[in-house]
Ligand binder design. Structure first.
Ligand code: GLN
Length: 199
């Protein structure tokens, strides 16, 4: 299995290291052709405005919108994958692959970055979440499943083949979020399941 990590800006190296630890071949994705033959894709955290500008520059916005395999977006990656973002820049890239509205820096700005355990639905062992200028979910569309919460706040969600986390699962050594992506990517029929398409 080969899973790509969008490597335009942000925490892509940490995702690659974690995937390799799971025995998955990871590859850096910078150009549309790098998606060929991938079983899944990670859009990492970083700065969603910068990631979006670089995606446009390299034609990765259209290429990822057309990519039909499982995708995990973390933090800035969650913002890019969501249908709508509040407090974005004008013309912010929104792929609309998951029906969510998120607020950029919704938990506060840099000083408000924090770490906290999150509760995974159906798993009694909490997962340690690192939140860095994290997006906050303001609206969950029909068909979107909440997979983990911080208090009452949804912080890990899925819709069909698309998974998003407002925290940074690549920074703690806990592999459970990436294992979900790998499990989806192992299923050939994943492409047919869900994703809301462009608004
Ligand atoms: N606040 C950043 C943004 O809007 C996301 C932060 C992160 O990915 N750690 O893109």
């Amino acid at each position: 299995m080969r899973i790509g990590v969008l490597a335009l800006q942000g925490n892509f190296r940490e995702h690659l290291a974690l995937l390799e630890g799971l025995g998955v071949e990871g590859s850096e994705v910078r150009l549309p052709g790098h998606l060929d033959g991938l079983d899944g894709l990670v859009i990492p955290g970083g700065e969603s405005t910068s990631i979006g500008k670089l995606m446009r520059l390299y034609g990765m916005d259209g290429a990822i919108a057309a990519f039909d395999r499982p995708v995990l977006g973390t933090c800035a990656g969650m913002i890019v994958l969501a249908r709508d973002a509040v407090d974005g820049v004008p013309d912010q890239v929104q792929l609309g692959l998951i029906d969510l509205t998120v607020r950029r820096n919704g938990f506060g700005r840099q000083v408000h970055s924090f770490e906290s355990d999150v509760e995974l639905v159906g798993d009694p062992t909490p997962l340690h979440g690192v939140f860095i200028r994290a997006p906050r979910v303001e609206r969950v569309g029909d068909g979107v499943e909440v997979l983990a919460r911080l208090g009452d706040e949804p912080v890990l969600l899925g819709q069909g083949r698309v998974l998003v986390a407002s925290f940074h699962p690549e920074l703690t050594g806990d592999t459970r979020v990436h294992e979900r992506l790998v499990a989806l990517a192992a299923r050939p029929e994943a492409a047919k399941e869900g994703s809301v398409g462009r608004p």
